[in-house]
Design a protein around this ligand. Sequence first.
Ligand SMILES: [Zn+2]
Length: 248
Amino acid sequence: MHITLVTGDNPGPYTGAGNNTYLISGETPTLIDAATGNASHLDALASALDAASLAQVLVTHAHPDHADGCDPIAARWPAAAFCKMPWPERDSRQSVEFRSIADGDLIPAGSGVLRAVHTPGHAPDHLCFFDETDGTLFSADLVILGSSVVIPSSRGGSLALYLDSLRRIRDLRPARMLPAHGPVIDDPGQVIDGYIAHRQRREGQVVDAMRAGARLPDAIVERLYQGLKPELLVLARESVSRASDQAA
Ligand SMILES: [Zn+2]
């Protein structure tokens, strides 16, 4: 597959250096994720397309940093189709009409085919896209190198489903993962094992904090995440409240 990284140019506390989107060139020019619709993203996409017309955008999930670019992209490339696994209450925030993708669907992309792999946990509609011929996995927000992924329990996140999704992807044995944030992951098996171990350790720490008398998520967060930036505390609280629900 001929893949070009097209950066979303939307840095921030939740997106790190900004979102990665990927253009797959070929008979069916396909963009993985829409980012947020910055003019600089659309210009970079236009130059990567190099006069080809965008056929479709595969949206990995409905979080705004992946989906808010749909309407601006549709305005510039009116023939493009927008496809994702449905999450109706979130999808209605975009004006485009989404075509629906189900787990296991085979989708023509570039000059090849991608298989949709449902990987809920970070979001209920989260999809990865797998090129079975060369082992490339577009991994969206499943893992981010050097960081951990937020499981927002009050907004459709589930730690149990997330761990299942990590194991499912590990069993596919991808050769490399192209994430929506951060650098390419060349050793997926090792990184995923590290993630699973980290989550299990965190759960153990939550249980220990509760045994030591911390009951409310705030108190547990204070113990576990000392020195965390204030804008990220709310995310830590989300992760902990899910883990403490499960431990309780
Ligand atoms: Zn997300």
